[in-house]
Design a binder for this molecule. Structure first.
Ligand SMILES: [Zn+2]
Length: 110
């Protein structure tokens, strides 16, 4: 998969999850984000654009050197904890993709 497409896909997934979280916790409608979540989404997009591991994994959980600054990492962890399982339930294709990527990444480390 081409790197630009991977970056877009990665950002699209995090963005969807941030929207789910914001909608449920900050009473925004499904298409919009509150200022706080917008800032998190922008930060995530920025980090994704700089990610040197994008060719290997779409998922930060597999990353050998997590690049989020500590407060953003905490915010993201809360969002992922809420939205992750719901997102994967709604979009199982990403869950399967996640498993495959995870499996491949692990296979390569050995
Ligand atoms: Zn919000």
């Amino acid at each position: 998969m081409e790197l630009t497409i991977r970056r877009e896909k990665k950002h699209m997934i995090s963005s969807k999850m941030i929207h789910m979280y914001c909608h449920a916790h900050h009473n925004t409608d499904k298409q919009s984000l509150c200022d706080h979540c917008q800032a998190i989404s922008d930060y995530s997009e920025f980090r994704t654009s700089k990610c040197p591991y994008i060719a290997k994994t779409l998922y930060c959980i597999n990353c050998p050197t997590p690049c989020y600054k500590p407060d953003m990492k905490k915010e993201m962890a809360v969002i992922m904890k809420y939205a992750g399982p719901r997102f994967l339930f709604k979009h199982p294709i990403y869950f399967i993709d996640h498993l495959i990527t995870d499996f491949k990444t692990r296979g390569r480390k050995k």
